[in-house]
Design a protein. Structure first.
Ligand code: SF4
Ligand code: SF4
Length: 164
């Protein structure tokens, strides 16, 4: 990973902290090391997965040298653009900062942690129409975050609740 990408990822963390996905798939070879690192593993549809937010993400990855191969292989759209020279670090950090501000504005409305960010956001979006009208700024923030994450970070996130 280049120093520039590393700087971006340290400021972001969306692929680790549950903002983008609820889980990530593990290879068979990753399961042992992940279990020894006490990461929260589960099986879904026959696939070994790591539940996100990942507890190893404390500002940055605290098990970086031993992180699963899925983590090593992952590249979001922002990183791709950065590496291709279509985007500079400053612009990428601005995008991340704006997305982070949206996450921080929405999170206090989600209630007690338990379910993932997007399960709780979807619950708000399922509330009665009148409630949604009264909270239209929040509805707009959730819709904007979902769209911007999909547009700038990973299009798969638009569907929510999926594993990378
Ligand atoms: S979402 Fe992209 S920029 Fe953010 S930490 Fe993951 S790979 Fe890095
Ligand atoms: S192991 Fe490291 S890179 Fe992988 S999800 Fe957890 S914090 Fe992120």
């Amino acid at each position: 990973m280049s120093a520039t990408v590393s700087d971006l990822c340290k400021a972001c963390g969306f692929c680790c902290d549950g903002t983008l996905f609820d889980a990530l798939r593990l290879t068979d070879a990753d399961v042992g090391p992940a279990a020894r690192a006490r990461l929260p593993l589960f099986v879904d549809d026959g696939e070994q997965q790591l539940r996100l937010p990942c507890p190893a993400h404390v500002g940055a990855c605290t098990i970086y040298e031993d992180r699963p191969s899925t983590c090593r292989a992952y590249q979001c759209l922002l990183v791709n653009r950065l590496e291709q020279g279509d985007l500079d670090l400053e612009s990428a950090l601005v995008r991340v900062g704006r997305l982070r501000a949206l996450v921080d504005a929405i999170r206090p409305h989600l209630g007690e942690p338990g379910e993932s960010f997007w399960v709780r956001a979807a619950a708000l979006e399922s509330r009665p129409f009148q409630w949604q009208i009264e909270n239209e700024d929040l509805m707009l923030q959730i819709a904007t975050l979902r769209e911007m994450l999909a547009r700038f970070i990973d299009a798969r996130s638009r569907r929510g609740q999926m594993a990378r």
